[in-house]
Ligand binder design. Structure first.
Ligand code: 3H9
Length: 711
């Protein structure tokens, strides 16, 4: 305990330093340590004021998230709760000052709100991100933040969970001062000086819970809460916690403080025990676990990436070049013809302008980013690049040809990445004299926006190329997940059965609009047929043609999308696919599609019937799960949580369901297997249960535990 929190006295100021690396979470021992420090300093005559500061790279990043699982499973931790600490700081007879650098998040910001004053370095960020974990602030933050920052700002911060800068926090009254300087020593010295001054002053030191000046009228509060709820229903569709956070913040106006905090505490517990919070906390740790590769230790040397070159300025190549430019890495972008290059650059410019209009970048930032991209039709500079990324058309012969050229020109030690979404990375690597340098970097469209990066390890990929790619993902602000080299890797390999079943359902009588509605209501960003229209139905048709092994003779193959393509209905790009599309991209059902489906069913002896919403959900989501189980047993993903991360970040799977494998664990693998067996009996071939699913269901196991044991 002593090592987690230290105390010292400097110039008549008691300094309490939290030292719980890596992020000073409020793990058991930390609240006790802070409490003991406050009590000791209050009775220490040498001390006239108290500073709370973090050691290392941050103030306090919040409650220890690992503890939540212990609470919900009944192994509740002992010791004082955070609220006791907050009260001790607020009720201290000597003024208390929170000195913030790095992050004051969640419980960290709540502890700071217990202090009489808060100061921070300019680089610090503060926030109440609890909703991202499916919970709400639980140490009275929903009642103190509106008193400090006003109801509107508190609603925004507690309901959306996005952090704000020190400058913004200062403007809204969350911080009392921004300390000059950039280092920890500057903060510490500034905090001791500030605390000394307030300790000498005769002014009373206001308790935040007693400050009412920024609270609005109940009428205005109702309006603000209504507007906030409308916004989160749109931008956090299906998430329960943001609405509960709004309810709690509203109580700061409609109830006295003591009742408001009681209500907050009830809502906090309800959220903590919800499946949504389990799912979101699972994803939080899954994202971090994905960075850990058992045979590539953290200290594996990485190759510095200071200059990049991208081949192909189409949708993917252009988006990838933007990712590098956004990370401040100069990038050369090569196309074959001047015309194609200009088209690619025009799209990049348009995307940046759109982002600037939405306030994501300033005009100056757009200029800087564009200046980092060098468009060209030659190989100039490719020989100096630290990484060459191939993003040409998805065709093996072409990719091999291109890799032969790259091999001839790239410098020794450069990473050679292919952005293939399905093809064999080993076969591509064989076209070069250095397969150890070749790796797959599978970006998702639009590459500059989507967070997922599948990193495909070939048989001969060197460990430092894997480590470099994982590090690079972070630099590019992506979530990198290492996957094995199989057709479609992890994401697309699972997506095929998912979309295949959606087509089968339509051919068996489900209305396309119902198939999409069921998945949308489940929380998916879009239903599977609408996704097909967005991506282009011709892409699936090409995959079916180029990978005939996916559909061996004698097994049922989906017919609907090939038939739609034959009618020139490729999806949104032709304004017709499963639906028709207006100029504003509005989606409409089309009787021509219904007629086509009837025709397909009749011509192929497919019996049409009424199909329930439950069947639509099981057929599509359990298709993901069964394939995911095969991927795991083949070792194509390191752990089931990696698959969940891929689906949450790359395929719009609802994060509050935790990903398909976590969802299956929650449903219960015995129940999943029962359904898969029934589907196998009804539909044959495609529904053969994966052996791992059978094994785990028989053992009463789960994907999460199996992966953890295997990893
Ligand atoms: C809360 O506070 C509830 C309260 O209202 C009241 C309750 C009564 N706990 O992300 P990184 C680990 S809820 C435990 O890679 P970065 C993380 O798993 C909490 N562990 O670093 C990783 O471990 P490993 C509200 C935590 O620099 C390591 O630290 N707070 C916690 O990219 C490094 O993390 C939040 O939601 C934690 N709170 O980003 C903040 N935080 O090395 C959550 C991190 O074994 N945290 N770890 O893989 C973050 O957003 C980021 O970690 C942060 C640093 C931005 C702080």
């Amino acid at each position: 305990m002593a090592s987690l929190v230290r105390t010292s006295v400097e110039a008549g100021v008691g300094v309490i330093t939290v030292d719980n690396p890596p992020v000073n979470a409020l793990s058991p021992g930390v609240p006790e340590g802070i409490l003991a420090g406050v009590e000791a300093f209050v009775s220490d005559e040498r001390v006239r004021a108290i500073v709370l500061i973090g050691a290392g790279r941050t103030f306090i990043a919040g409650a220890d998230i690992k503890e939540f699982g212990k609470i919900t499973s009944g192994k509740k931790r002992r010791g004082p709760g955070l609220v006791t600490v907050v009260h001790a700081l607020e009720d201290s007879l000597k003024p208390t000052v929170a000195a913030i650098h790095g992050f004051a998040f969640g419980g960290g910001l709540e502890v700071a709100q217990g202090c009489h004053y808060r100061i921070a370095l300019e680089s610090a960020r503060v926030g109440q991100p609890e909703v991202k974990l499916g919970i709400i602030p639980g140490a009275q933050g929903t009642q103190r933040l509106p008193r400090l920052a006003g109801v509107a700002k508190a609603l925004e911060m507690c309901a959306l969970g996005d952090p704000i800068s020190a400058a913004e926090a200062h403007r809204f009254g969350i911080l009392d001062a921004v300390v000059p300087g950039a280092g920890h020593d500057d903060l510490r010295a500034g905090a001791v000086r500030f605390a000394g001054e307030v300790g000498d002053s005769k002014e009373t030191h206001a308790k935040v819970r007693e400050r009412e000046g920024k609270l609005c009228s109940p009428d205005e509060c109702r309006q603000l809460c209504g507007a906030a709820a409308a916004k989160v229903r749109k931008v956090r569709r299906g998430h329960a916690a943001p609405l509960r956070a709004i309810e709690a913040v509203g109580c700061s106006v409609t109830m006295p403080f003591a009742e408001g905090v009681k209500r907050e505490s009830e809502i906090f517990r309800e959220c903590l025990f919800s499946t949504q919070s389990k799912a979101l906390i699972h994803l939080f740790f899954a994202e971090r676990q994905a960075r850990k590769i058992p045979d590539v230790p953290k200290d594996t040397p990485v190759r510095p990436i200071r200059a990049a070159a991208v081949l192909g300025a189409g949708t993917m190549g252009g988006g990838i070049a933007m990712c590098y430019a956004n990370a401040g890495i100069p990038v050369r972008l090569k196309e074959v013809t001047q015309e194609a290059l200009e088209r690619g650059m025009a799209t990049i410019r348009m995307n940046y302008e759109r982002s600037a209009k939405r306030g994501r970048f300033t005009a100056e930032q757009v200029r800087e980013r564009l200046a980092l991209i060098t468009p060209q039709t030659t190989w100039d500079g490719f020989g100096e690049a630290d990484i060459v990324v191939e993003a040409v058309f998805e065709n093996m012969a072409l990719k091999k040809e291109v890799f032969r050229e790259i091999d001839a020109i790239a410098r020794k030690g450069a990473v050679l990445a292919t952005n293939t979404s399905t093809l064999d990375v080993d076969e591509i690597a064989q076209a070069t004299s250095r397969p150890q340098d070749v790796i797959g970097h599978h970006f998702f469209s639009p590459a500059n926006i989507m967070r997922l990066l599948e990193i495909v390890r070939g048989k001969r990929t060197a460990k430092d190329v894997v480590a470099t790619s994982m590090m690079l993902a972070k630099t590019l602000r992506k979530v990198g997940v290492l996957v094995g080299n199989c057709h479609g890797f992890v994401g697309n390999r699972m997506f095929h059965p998912y979309r295949r079943e959606a087509q089968f359902l339509a051919e068996e009588g489900a209305r396309p609009v119902d198939i999409d509605r069921v998945l949308y209501e489940f929380g998916a960003a879009m239903g599977p047929l609408a996704v097909g229209d967005l991506a282009g139905l011709d892409i699936g048709m090409r995959v079916r043609k180029e990978a005939p092994h996916l559909y061996p003779p004698g097994v049922r193959r989906p017919l609907a999308e090939d038939a739609l393509c034959e009618l020139g209905r490729y999806g949104q790009k032709t304004k017709k696919g499963w639906y028709t599309y207006g100029d504003d991209r509005s989606r409409h059902e089309d009787p021509e599609v219904d007629a086509l489906l009837l025709e397909i069913s009749a011509a192929n002896g497919i019996e049409r019937r009424s199909i329930s919403d439950d069947e639509i959900l099981e057929r599509t989501v359990f298709a993901l799960v069964n394939e995911g189980a095969r991927i795991l047993e083949e070792g194509m993903a390191l752990r089931s949580s990696d698959i969940d991360v891929i689906y949450a970040y790359g395929y719009g799977f609802p994060p509050f369901r935790g990903g398909p494998m976590f969802y299956a664990d929650l449903v219960g693998l015995d129940r999943v297997l029962d359904s898969v067996r029934i589907l196998h009996a009804d539909h044959g071939h495609w529904w053969k249960p994966a052996p791992l699913l059978e094994q785990l269901a028989a053992e009463g196991g789960s994907f999460s535990k199996w992966s953890a044991a295997a990893a």
